[in-house]
Ligand binder design. Structure first.
Ligand code: PGA
Ligand code: ZN
Length: 415
């Protein structure tokens, strides 16, 4: 057991050059744990507030005023830290402390405890296993809130190397498809300059339909069978498309708008045409009944809530009652602290909802989510594709291999 003895906080910059919070937790006077908070671009309305009054500086000031209360806490125990955070800030969405502090503090704390115990973080968080590698969910072509004008309305076209027998092969397969996607884009967008969005996915000037066709072709050109070796997925990030006044999904780059029913038909058709194994936020964040329709119509596809669930146990309870999701994105900073996120993961496992641990589009080079994905029994790890801050998580999976504790890849095809 490691005890918190010192805490330090600072503002650093994330992968978008925006300010974020980094916290150092020292246990027993010598073991450093460090974590920096990520941040989203397509943010769910019900996510935790990142900073009090939208000010990273204010978050730091509030933390510094209160940090002595965390001295003496057992760093191995996310619940103990959570209880003190709740004394300091009883608001449900960490509006005083800020979700960024809750994230960085809770993860730096277990990071330090793992160092003190000479244990990998995933083993500190889950003593007994079984441990499996999540499938890397790669973002190969994107638009929406992660890329500029002319790119597709759809935020992310994803690939999943379901035929891979180990994690090295899985990563290589995703990178191979990503490279092939670039080669094919050159035929569709003659002015393509190899531009990439926030997560490393190619960001060409192509339509939604072309984006999907390109990815399908790239999978074939890379030597893989769609749906057998490599499956496709889509993050619609539909709340970014949803126009509340008109009650329609605005595909403004394509130049049309879809009603709720038309959107569901569109998603159902895409699932069939491209044998999609994964759709994320296919309808807007309040449309639980639309999610239920899609989930029951597509038992072979992970119909996944991100902005819909915001890593929140109460939202999961609604979804589970309505059978609205077969997959759930787990983003610790949506929930606030690690303990909040672990409760959410427990709920997902209880309800038979597949967990997809996820990065944010604005990231640091931290790699803790690789460990969190294994500790929570995640089926997938969503971490973009390229860029140092994305690769950091994937390379950590390779280091984790060296402990010899992982018993193969997650079970993925039995939703
Ligand atoms: P965000 O997007 O991190 O910008 O919110 C990622 C996602 O929607 O999954
Ligand atoms: Zn999403």
């Amino acid at each position: 057991m490691a005890t918190v003895t010192d805490l330090y906080s600072r503002i650093i910059f994330n992968s978008r050059g925006s300010e974020t919070i980094e916290i150092d937790v020292i246990t027993d006077g010598k073991h450093l744990g460090r974590a920096a908070s990520p941040s989203g671009a397509s943010v769910g309305t019900l996510e935790c507030q990142s900073f009090p009054m939208n000010s990273p500086q204010r978050a730091i000031e509030f933390f510094e005023e209160n940090k002595s209360k965390f001295v003496g806490v057992t760093a191995d125990d996310p619940e103990a830290l959570y209880s003190i955070m709740k004394e300091v800030d009883p608001s449900p969405s960490y509006s005083k402390l800020g979700g960024s502090i809750a994230y960085a503090l809770s993860i730096a704390s277990v990071d330090s405890a793992a160092n003190a115990a000479h244990l990998p973080l995933f083993k500190l968080l889950n003593k007994n296993g079984p441990y499996r590698f999540p499938f890397p969910l790669g973002n190969v072509l994107g638009g929406g809130a992660h890329a500029g004008p002319g790119t597709p309305d759809i935020q992310e076209v994803l690939v999943l190397p379901i035929g891979a027998s180990n994690i090295v092969e899985a990563l290589k397969m995703n990178f191979k498809v990503h490279r092939e996607v670039r080669n094919i884009i050159e035929k569709y967008d003659t002015k393509f300059t190899y531009g990439r969005g926030d997560e490393g996915a190619w960001a060409p000037s192509v339509t939604n339909d072309e984006a999907l066709q390109i990815t399908e072709k790239a999978i074939g050109n890379a030597g893989f069978d769609l749906g057998r070796n490599v499956a496709m997925g889509i993050d619609f990030a539909s709340s970014s498309l949803w126009n509340d006044k008109a009650e329609k999904y605005d595909y403004s780059r394509k130049g049309n708008a879809l009603s709720s029913g038309e959107q569901i038909d569109y998603v159902n058709n895409l699932i069939k045409s491209y044998k999609l194994l994964y759709v994320e936020d296919p309808v807007n964040e309040e449309d639980f009944s639309g999610m239920s329709l899609l989930t029951s119509a597509n038992p072979g596809c992970f119909v996944t809530g991100d902005d819909l669930l915001v890593t929140n146990v109460s939202r999961l309870a609604i979804a589970s009652k309505l059978n609205a999701c077969s997959g759930a994105i787990l983003k610790v900073n949506q929930a606030g602290s690690l303990y909040d996120a672990l409760l959410f993961a427990n709920g997902c496992r209880r309800d038979g909802v597949g967990i997809i641990t996820s990065h944010r589009s604005g990231e640091s080079t931290d790699s803790h989510i690789a460990h969190i994905s294994i500790a929570t029994g995640s089926k997938m790890l969503k971490t973009g594709i390229l860029g140092g801050e994305r690769i950091a998580k994937l390379n950590e999976l390779l280091r984790i291999r060296e402990y010899g504790l992982i018993e193969g890849m997650a079970e993925i095809c039995s939703t």
